[in-house]
Each structure stands twice: as structure tokens, then as C-alpha cells.
Write a protein that binds this ligand. Structure first.
Ligand code: CP
Length: 298
């Protein structure tokens, strides 16, 4: 594996290998050193979890980390992203973790830069967020390892969610009992990659083992895709009352950032079923596994 771009590039064996390595990193007290590697973060969209957990992951592996301030970079003087990457390579950067609002941008850049610098997709537009899907996989595995028996519901703005896309691809590869995508009509996906969709929250979460809430992606909505947030809240906000429809040990997850009171109530987000901060913690170890995998080039 030279670049890490999309779940569709991986075999089930590779996914399981990354999972096992991430689990090892979580229990290990010491880590191998990749001090000869330098990682750059090139984030054209805001981030807290992904950028910081990549930084912590790289530092645990003794890698050098450079955080590029895009607003102060030469991109603002007209330099293309391809030229930026080639220059970073010339400076000695080995791996660039990139996030961009344009669908397919990391994939396009990977074709352009070839083997000069390794790229990790940290989220591209509404297309893919593969590292988030893998850390979600790890979090579910730790608690409900028999995926063949799981009903998983993804709830919210499915249409604009790169997380939902990557999770559909991942669950298709792993094989789960049922995946159901829950969204109001206007935020239904143009194409269901795996599973089925419904507009009914009650139908979607009934007997669910895992419920993954999604952020309302205000910044990606077209003019005709806005809905009344009060109506959305009344129909789709996960409340303690709604959780009664799910399995008694249902896992509540959310990739973040969370709009409290819109996607779920404080009681649900902070409650005993919530795995939201465990997802964030696992993000460090899964990203260590991904970074190490790139150093091995397989
Ligand atoms: N889940 C996620 O991508 O969060 P950030 O936008 O904070 O990185």
C-alpha cells in the first residue's frame, strides 16, 4: 500500500491486519521508531479529531510532524496542490495527510505525484473518510465482534456524509446482518452503496445493535437542501426514549463534531451507551497502524 485513499482499495485481510495492529498498539507500552519519517498535515478543511490524532499517532511512532498552515502557504499565491506536494517531497516529507472539500482530490493527487510522496486521505468532500470508518470498525469490534449478527443504523445527513460512504463500503466488505441508512427524504443518498434506506427513525433503529449518528453538514448543503432544523430535531434527534426501540446494549456512536440537541440529546451523547469518546481514542491507534503500514509499503 503506497497511498491510503479509499476503503475500496483494500482486501478484507488487509482490513483485519490493520485492526489487529491497532489493537496491539492500544495495549503496547512501547512502540517501534520510524524516526526517519516526516509527516505533513495539509488540511484545507477544518478538523480537530483527525488532524490531532494523526499528529499524536505519528509522534508515538517517533515520526517528525509538520502542520502546514494552509492560509499562510504559497497556495494563497497561486501554487497548485500538485506543486505543493512535489515541493514538500523535495523538502523531505515522506507522508502527507490531506483533507480537501473537493471529491476525489487525494485520489487525483496520488495519480499526479506517483511515488514521490505518500498520501493519506483524511476526508475528501462528500466522497470518503476511510480512516474514520476504520476506527469505527475497531470500536464496534471491541464490543460486538461478531459482525455477521449486527444490525447497524446510520442516522442523519447521509447524502453529504463521506463517513457514511466509507462505512457502507467497509460493512459490505466485512459482511454484516443489516445496514440501514436513516435520513429525511432530502438527505437520502443518490445511490445506496450497501444496505437499505428509510426515512423512518423508528424503523431504522428498531433492534439496532449500533446506531451511528451523523453531523448535519450545513457547509455542504445546496440552496434547495436546507430543512427546518426544528423539524429535523423532532423527527431524527436520538433521545433516551427512542433508544428503547434499539437493542438493550445498543452502542451509540458519532464521528464528530457533534451538534448536541440536533443529532442527539446530551443524555444520549453522555450516557452509558455512548462510545463517542472511545471512537476518538481508538482513532490514535488505528492511525498508528495506517502510518506504519505506509512505512512498510504493503
Ligand atoms: N470525525 C472527524 O473527521 O472529525 P474532525 O473533522 O474534527 O477531524
Amino acid at each position: 500500500m503506497f497511498h491510503f485513499l479509499d476503503i475500496s482499495q483494500f482486501s478484507l485481510q488487509k482490513i483485519e491486519q490493520l485492526l489487529q495492529r491497532a489493537l496491539e498498539f492500544k495495549t503496547d507500552q512501547s512502540y517501534p521508531s520510524y524516526a526517519h519519517y516526516t509527516v505533513a498535515h495539509l488540511f484545507y478543511e477544518n478538523s480537530t479529531r483527525t488532524r490531532v490524532s494523526f499528529e499524536v499517532a505519528a509522534k508515538k511512532l517517533s515520526m517528525e510532524v509538520i502542520n502546514i498552515q494552509v492560509q499562510h502557504s504559497s497556495e494563497r499565491k497561486g501554487e497548485s496542490i500538485e506543486d505543493t506536494l512535489l515541493n514538500l517531497s523535495a523538502i523531505g516529507i515522506n507522508i502527507c495527510v490531506i483533507r480537501h472539500a473537493q471529491n476525489g482530490l487525494p485520489q487525483l493527487m496520488a495519480e499526479k505525484v506517483g511515488d514521490k510522496i505518500q498520501l493519506i486521505n483524511a476526508g475528501d468532500g462528500i466522497n470518503a473518510h476511510p480512516t474514520q470508518a476504520l476506527l469505527d470498525f475497531m470500536t464496534i469490534y471491541e464490543n460486538k465482534p461478531d459482525f455477521s449478527q449486527l444490525k447497524i443504523a446510520i442516522v442523519g445527513d447521509i447524502r453529504h456524509s463521506r463517513v457514511a460512504n466509507s462505512l457502507q463500503k467497509l460493512f459490505s466488505l466485512i459482511g454484516i446482518k443489516k445496514l440501514i441508512l436513516v435520513a429525511p427524504e432530502i438527505w437520502q443518498p443518490p445511490q445506496v452503496l450497501f444496505g437499505e434506506s428509510t426515512t423512518s427513525l423508528q424503523e431504522g433503529i428498531t433492534d439496532a445493535d449500533v446506531i451511528i449518528g451523523l453531523r448535519v453538514q450545513h457547509e455542504r448543503l445546496q440552496d434547495n437542501e436546507h430543512i427546518n432544523l426544528e423539524m429535523y430535531r423532532s423527527l431524527y434527534c436520538l433521545t433516551e426514549e427512542m433508544l428503547f426501540y434499539a437493542k438493550p446494549d445498543v452502542m451509540i456512536m458519532h464521528p464528530g463534531p457533534l451538534n448536541r440537541g440536533i443529532e442527539m440529546t446530551d443524555e444520549v451523547a453522555n450516557g452509558s451507551h455512548s462510545f463517542i469518546l472511545k471512537q476518538v481514542k481508538n482513532g490514535v491507534f488505528m492511525r498508528m497502524a495506517i502510518l506504519e503500514s505506509l512505512t512498510n509499503n504493503h
